[in-house]
Design a protein around this ligand. Structure first.
Ligand code: FES
Ligand code: MG
Length: 580
């Protein structure tokens, strides 16, 4: 049943060109659809909705998608559409080596081309584990037809021996304790079995929860969708609602350019800051915005970081709670309501209504979990963007997650050129160092890693752990897990592998960090820096063929979102619709 918002007729749809024409090709499409048991009643006059499913047996965070996709299909059928499930790369954070980030752009390309090549008019994107959200959204934005994002939902709280466990955060914490000898092997095994005990993505405010909140902040999810735990039955109802809504979006021609605007990028970044977001948010949000033709930069993050306080009292930036608590407290809609006029609620969303309508009825049921502006967890945003002679194109730190005494710090460098070299340093209980030293890992950036692995939360060295120290300044061109914590400076750009200043630091150089003034320096003269640069030789290329070769030829630096240079919106002319 069409309503007055419908602007598309069936004949206008992409899928009608595949199925409705009286020609030889359409005969092929119809006869092969019939081979699958479908009949004319399945497609005549109906939009086809592609369901981009990232289920795989190597993706624990999306295990429930095998079932959940049936609920999406139910919704599509209810609304008079035809579902077409299209599996794509699953971006498992745990199982992909050397790092899932190496494959984010490959996933984005796969999503874009899968949607473009198939007879679909709109899409439901099913994702949640860290890189899957940006990969799906980047690809679908470049495709440009109506889509809705269905977040996987967080796991329930972890539990072992009566203790609540948070993804990542507690693994790192107890690993340090195990290395310090304060917990037993049996306890460690118990934690292994209890920390991930349900479907869903990590349930701290790590990269996954941050990225799904950002998708909702962009207006790409149904209201509140990103906060629903994967195993809460509301998630099934939300999945069906995504299916229904995707059909309507096609009739309404609600394309992503009407949603992902500069205002939406401002809102999404504001939401990210208020969640106490993962540092990875910076790279992915920039990449997503750039796919929509929005020039979003580190300066935008720094500006909003100074204006927006952290309101979500969820680990690791918050003290106690996890995503399950956040959901019971009212979820992301309650947090957005608390943000008041820091959000522009005129922004359009996938509902076809402005954000203001999404927040009607939102309520904060627990102001300790979702803090009001008057009582934030942290009065400034969760990220600080640093610049200086060590990071001319920027670096990132999460002041909310590190010991405040390191916010202004100066200390001598200990440099590791690779992860094996670093391991030797951190595993040596007698390595000569003090908590004032700055531990550096380089050649771990977009090209150096390759793929910018999450090595940036360098484990605390045994030499300091044994004396009870649990934090020190650590510096790299890598990323770190969104569930990490500590005084870790990340994303240093340009990276060492391509000759950025980080490549030129020597043991004993004094590193100066000043978070309040947003600076990061190495205390050497410009002349000395120039001399060292002249003596620097680039490393041998790591790949001579394949995806790795393409990756290193075309990957951009962290401050540009690590997209491929040839996938940017301003690259070349728009892609033609396929000839059918
Ligand atoms: Fe998938 Fe953390 S491992 S979200
Ligand atoms: Mg992660």
């Amino acid at each position: 049943m069409k309503d007055d918002k419908h602007v598309k007729r069936y004949e206008d749809l992409r899928s009608a060109r595949f199925f409705a024409a009286d020609d030889f090709r359409s005969f092929g499409h119809r006869s092969r659809a019939m081979q699958m048991g479908l009949s004319h009643e399945d497609w005549d006059g109906k939009p086809i909705i592609g369901i981009i499913n990232t289920w795989s047996e190597a993706q624990p965070c999306h295990m429930h998608f095998k079932d959940r996709v049936e609920w999406v299909k139910r919704g599509i059928l209810q609304a008079g559409g035809m579902p077409m499930e299209l599996p794509v790369h699953s971006h498992s954070e745990q199982f992909l080596k050397p790092t899932s980030m190496l494959y984010r752009n490959m996933g984005a390309m796969e999503v874009e081309e899968t949607l473009r090549a198939h007879p679909v008019d709109g899409a439901v994107l099913m994702g949640g584990c860290d890189k899957s959200t940006p990969a799906l959204v980047m690809g679908a934005l470049s495709w440009g037809f109506p889509f809705i994002y269905l977040p996987a939902g967080p796991m329930l709280r972890g539990n072992y021996a009566g203790k609540i466990l948070g993804s990542g955060t507690d693994a790192f914490k107890y690993w340090d304790e195990k290395r310090a000898g304060t917990i037993t092997d049996e306890e460690w095994k118990g934690i292994e079995g209890g920390i991930a005990r349900s479907d869903g993505h990590c349930m701290t405010m790590g990269t996954a929860s941050t990225m799904t909140a950002i998708a909702e902040g962009f207006g790409l999810c149904l209201p509140g969708a990103s906060s629903i735990p994967a195993n809460d039955v509301n998630h099934k109802r939300m999945s069906a609602a995504c299916g229904r809504r995707a059909v309507e979006m096609v009739w309404e021609d609600l394309t992503p350019d009407k949603i992902v605007t500069k205002t939406a990028a401002e809102n999404a970044t504001t939401v990210a800051m208020a969640t106490g977001c993962s540092t990875n948010a910076v790279i992915h949000l920039i990449a997503m915005a750039r796919r929509a033709g929005i020039d979003w930069t580190l300066a935008d993050f720094d500006r909003l970081s100074r204006e927006v306080p952290v309101l979500a009292n969820v680990r690791p930036s918050g003290k106690e709670y996890l995503m399950e608590d956040f959901f019971y407290a009212g979820g992301l809609c309650a947090l957005m309501k608390e943000l008041g006029d820091k959000l522009d609620l005129t922004a359009m969303t996938v509902t076809g209504q402005p954000m203001a309508v999404s927040l009607e009825g939102a309520e904060n049921y627990n102001p300790d979990v979702i803090r009001p502006l008057s009582n934030p967890v942290y009065k400034e945003g969760s990220l600080a963007l640093l610049k200086g002679n060590l990071a001319p194109d920027g670096a990132v730190i999460k002041p909310a997650a590190c010991d405040p005494r390191f916010h202004k710090h100066s200390g001598p460098a200990i440099v590791a050129d690779s992860y094996p070299e670093l391991k030797k340093i951190i595993d040596d209980p007698d390595y000569p160092m003090t908590p004032d030293h700055v531990l550096i890992l380089r050649n771990a950036g977009p090209q150096g890693g390759p793929g910018m692995p999450e090595w940036g939360m360098i484990p605390m060295p045994k030499a300091l752990l044994k004396d009870g120290h649990r934090d020190m300044v650590r510096l790299s061109d890598a990323r770190m897990s969104g569930t990490s914590f500590g005084a870790c400076i990340l994303h240093t750009a340009p990276e060492a592998y391509i000759g950025g200043p980080l490549a030129l630091v020597q043991n004993g150089d004094i590193i100066e960090l000043d978070v309040p003034n947003r600076t990061l320096h190495v205390k050497i003269s410009d002349e000395e820096m120039a001399e060292r640069k002249a003596a620097w030789t680039p490393p041998e290329p790591r790949y001579e063929r394949g995806y790795g070769w393409m990756f290193t030829q075309h990957i951009e630096q962290a401050d540009k979102g690590c997209d491929f240079d040839f996938l940017k919106t301003e690259f070349g002319k728009p892609v033609d619709e396929p000839v059918i």
